[in-house]
Design a protein around this ligand. Structure first.
Ligand code: AMP
Length: 272
């Protein structure tokens, strides 16, 4: 149905922009919609908590959902179409085809969330095939996800323009995320260790400390000092290859973090 509608738009010469999300929208998602709105004739927002990108012990079932509020936000941001499929619409009984990313998906989050990016590339490829957007908008908070999806678009000849949007943060620096809703007030405070670590890296680089191994251990020990935090990874990598970087490279240095605060896994990054 949506595929037919989108093809009609395209036949009429209208351009389509898409913002894929898992819903429970916050200002970070809104910043994507605001950026996308003037860049296309038809703006499509997708809301789908995609089961194939969650591991068996992850938070698929309890992932926060609030469709009514999401639809109100979509209206305010002048979205033309909201795609809100059911799991059985996208993965009907007998479903068996997946998009398998390699290279980039094996680094960073790929090590602790096996199969996660295969779920992401599969769902985004499906959304792209249904909607045929000219342009797709993603947040750089999920830096690795964006890199993998850009690679997919190139490798599989989707011919879609990919736009990455900077991370929107709370006033105190915490990156906005639907998962922040899991945090109790004490955990919310503890979560500041992520931005604290990233700011420290930036300061050290400005001071001239460019040995990334040393900066890595500095950040790790800073996070270990936070009682409610458990480090998943803190890595300094090349922003294009995601391969470990020993020495600072201007504009190409990605420092990425994944930290459990209580049971909530948060990610953040900066490119310096
Ligand atoms: P999600 O609903 O978490 O899958 O996110 C949907 C899209 O919004 C992804 O492209 C995310 O990278 C992006 N996004 C999530 N949080 C933020 C944020 N704080 N700033 C900018 N974009 C974000």
């Amino acid at each position: 149905m949506l595929q037919k509608i989108c093809r009609t738009f395209k036949r009429r010469g209208q351009t389509i922009g898409v913002v894929p999300t898992m819903g429970f929208l916050h200002e970070g998602h809104q910043s994507l919609l605001k950026k996308a709105r003037p860049q296309c004739d038809v703006l499509v927002l997708t809301i789908f908590v995609n089961p194939t990108q969650f591991g068996p012990r992850e938070d698929y079932k309890k992932y926060p959902r609030h469709t009514k509020r999401d639809l109100a936000i979509a209206g305010r941001e002048k979205v033309d179409l909201v795609f809100l499929p059911k799991v059985s619409d996208l993965y009907p009984a007998g479903y068996q085809t997946y998009v398998e990313p390699t290279g980039l998906s094996r680094e960073l989050c790929g090590k602790s969330r096996p199969g996660h990016f295969r779920g992401v590339t599969t769902i985004v490829a499906k959304l792209f095939n249904i909607i045929s957007p000219n342009t797709a908008f993603f947040g750089l908070k999920d830096f690795q996800q964006f890199a993998i999806l850009c690679q997919m678009v190139k490798d599989l000849d989707f011919g879609i323009k990919m736009i990455g949007i900077p991370t929107l943060r709370e006033k105190d620096g915490l990156a906005m995320s639907s998962r922040n809703a899991y945090l109790n007030p004490v955990e919310r405070k503890a979560a500041l260790c992520l931005i604290g670590g990233l700011k420290r890296v930036r300061q050290e680089i400005i001071k001239g400390n460019k040995n990334m191994m040393r900066l890595n251990s500095l950040v790790r020990s800073k996070i270990r000092k936070e009682k409610l935090a458990r480090l998943d990874y803190a890595e300094c990598v090349h922003a294009q290859t995601l391969q470990p970087l020993k020495k600072y490279e201007r504009g190409k240095t990605l420092f990425a973090l994944a930290v459990f605060i209580g049971k909530t896994r948060l990610i953040d990054n900066i490119v310096i």
